[in-house]
Write a protein that binds this ligand. Structure first.
Ligand SMILES: NC(=O)c1ccc[n+]([C@@H]2O[C@H](COP(=O)([O-])OP(=O)(O)OC[C@H]3O[C@@H](n4cnc5c(N)ncnc54)[C@H](OP(=O)(O)O)[C@@H]3O)[C@@H](O)[C@H]2O)c1
Length: 239
């Protein structure tokens, strides 16, 4: 099954894993719409994507805006959710409860909001896929809330797979992936960090956005996969 003629919405599609997924889906002939919160980032991404790709400015923390987006989109086949904001490790003791809740706002509650408004419009044979991370299984100090968010999203896809069936609901669980998410770290420090992260995997590499896009494409295409978390981490969890 290819994605030709399929309607795909990628929330978080202006960068990294989402942009690579949008590109891969468009190359298969899908009609793709990307959404993200920054107009400039969205427009820059659209210049890299095939003509005809749609773009919508959307902050997933705004439920009314999410509902309005899916009203405009109408029927779709696949929702891919890759939106996530950069995360700075901080121990719980240093977080106000408001800060702690905010860690889950885009990655978890944003995903809940998107699925709630997209699911009634997903056509037969369609799917939803979220993006989580190995932080849920291998947290480092300071990442407890990020781990909680990723773990919650993995529980969410199992619950929704049962609830929304026959719509399929899955997640891609990413290891360390070279994307603009890391751009807040100075270049030299980032290169050193990637070397360290690569050394902790079995493949001795960090991932590229395209590696994760392949997993998202698989979850859209494979009609027999639901309720699954597909790990793409170079073997980090085994190493
Ligand atoms: N890269 C990794 O190593 C890694 C590892 C494990 C898990 N992950 C997870 O994978 C997901 C994708 O990460 P990535 O590496 O592709 O990051 P990225 O390159 O920074 O892309 C994140 C995307 O999310 C969008 N976004 C951020 N806040 C948003 C909001 N409030 N509403 C709508 N869109 C929003 C961004 O666009 P705007 O700025 O325009 O909003 C951007 O398009 C994230 O959830 C991340 O936590 C990544």
């Amino acid at each position: 099954m290819t994605l030709a003629q399929q309607r795909v919405v990628v929330i978080g599609g202006s960068s990294g894993i989402g942009l690579a997924t949008a590109r891969a889906a468009a190359l298969q002939g899908a009609a793709v719409t990307i959404a993200s919160s920054t107009r400039e980032r969205l427009h820059a991404a659209l210049t890299e994507l095939p003509d005809g790709t749609g773009g919508e400015v959307l902050d997933v923390r705004d439920e009314a805006a999410v509902a309005a987006l899916f009203d405009r989109v109408g029927e779709l086949d696949h929702l891919v959710f890759t939106a996530g904001d950069a995360f700075r490790p901080r121990p719980l003791a240093e977080l106000s409860l408001e800060d702690a809740r905010a860690v889950l706002e885009v990655r978890f509650w944003g995903a809940v909001t998107a699925v709630k408004h997209a699911a009634p419009r997903i056509r037969a044979g369609g799917s939803v896929a979220l993006t989580t991370g190995t932080v849920a299984q291998r947290p480092v100090p300071g990442a407890a809330l990020a781990a909680a968010g990723a773990g919650a999203a993995e529980g969410l896809i199992r619950g929704l797979a049962a609830e929304l069936a026959p719509i399929r609901v899955n997640a891609v669980r990413a290891g360390a992936v070279r994307t603009p998410l890391w751009d807040g770290i100075p270049e030299e420090q980032r290169a050193h960090l990637f070397e360290q992260l690569a050394a902790r995997t079995l493949t001795r590499t960090v991932g590229e956005a395209e590696d994760l896009a392949l997993a998202h494409i698989h979850l859209m295409q494979n009609r027999y996969v639901t309720g699954t978390v597909l790990t793409v981490d170079g073997g980090l969890l085994l190493a």
